[in-house]
Design a protein around this ligand. Sequence first.
Ligand code: NAD
Length: 489
Amino acid sequence: MQKILNYINGEWVEPNVSEYVDVINPATGAVIARTPLSRAADIDAAAQAAGDALPAWRRTPAQDRIQYLFKLRDLLKSNNDEIARTITNECGKTFDESKAEMVRAIENVEVACGIPMMMKGEVAEDIAPGIDELMLRQPVGVCATIAPFNFPGMIAFWYLPYVLATGNAYIMKPSEKVPMTMQLIFRLIDQLGLPKGVINLVNGGKEAVDAILDHPVIRAVTFVGSSNVAKYIYSRAAANGKRVQAQGGAKNPVVVLPDADMDMAVKIIADSAFGCAGQRCLAVSWAVTVGEARHQFNEAICDAAASRTVGYGLDAGIQMGAVINSASKARIEQLIGLGASEGASLPVDGRGTVIKGYENGHFVRPSILMDIQPKSEIWKTEIFGPVLGVMHINTIDEAIALANSGAYGNQASLFTSSGSAARKFRYEVDAGNIGINIGVAAPMAFFPFSGWKESFFGDLHGQGMDAVEFFTQKKVVVERWPKEWTRKF
Ligand code: NAD
């Protein structure tokens, strides 16, 4: 069984702990590793190493810093299959989904390579006679990321490349459920020859997180996970004077108008709802048909759900993998039951799924809850599994009002061929990401990424220029150079 280690000050180290969490292959149920629950002392060691590395690293020219990122990009690409296999084995998604996840990670490394351009400051000469004003961007210091289980590779890269490129030092804490991908990625990072302490990896759970939130050397924290924890992270880190952004959960609607290309809509909505077994913060979770759309949509979406091939993500032809663990499977099945008890019908019921050859795996087939009620518990609750609720509404205005009455605001999608309906939707819907004829509106790395409302706590988002802003602080310098001094030369 693979040993999970921390990477602190350029060395692989075993934390001195007595508590571990089993890492399970969701498709086989086998224990494939054990995550050590690092203590506050381990975070302290990482923070000290990062703090010590910071002065020299921030003085390293940006052009030199990004040379490490070019190398990292090449290593991620050449090791892509092994990384994707590791993601599938610890997280359950299909091999293609794992590879796609790393495409988004690499994209962020590529964008961060533009840092010499993105980080440069501004100058205004002669704002008064002999006086110039400059705005400089300087690193915030030691930064840390706390990640969720559902993208073991990608999510760190919304931050990591920008942290390094902007001259900060870094601590990464993966989800204790999926530590293996970062073990592999840090083996590649170890080959870069970065100065010791610039980047560190600490495995653990709540104690490690709390130590990050309280450590005085750590100046900025990014978090991705469920909304309750996001809220906690945001308030505790901010109370300790840190810069913080915390991405939370989601309950994403999709509205289908009668003028949509229905074949396209059904295919894309099924991919969004059931891709990654629904364990994606941009998965559509409830669909609203407007007017006549339901006649074609309802039957077709049920067919799409029922015909999906479910199994071990490394096997050929598999379209959907397992959910993360037995607790998650039990919760999803319980929520499907709740939807039915609230009056929805269950034309496609994925409960009780057993896959031949993988009898100990944690599988839930795609499920459709038809005619869920607005404001019911199943309409409100994030399921984080392959379950789509469907409802009918008479007008787009009512659909938008309902979407806006939900607690979350991560994403909302519309399927239509009407430009004016699309324009209205993108203008009026309260969500951070809007898809028009798109099911997973994941922004490219050069756009900011985050939700609104209960899906996000903070201000600046992840990726692109927002990440550059988040990981730098602005300093304004006003300089006087009297004419007589200039004349001397
Ligand atoms: P989670 O909130 O359980 O865990 C996320 C991280 O927080 C982990 O590293 C974990 O160790 C830590 N953590 C958990 N409980 C904690 C506590 N009480 N105190 C301190 N730290 C704690 O989330 P998860 O189950 O790993 O991931 C799924 C959730 O993440 C879903 O809600 C999903 O919507 C959300 N998510 C959001 C985005 C986004 O961009 N908005 C992206 C991916 C996932």
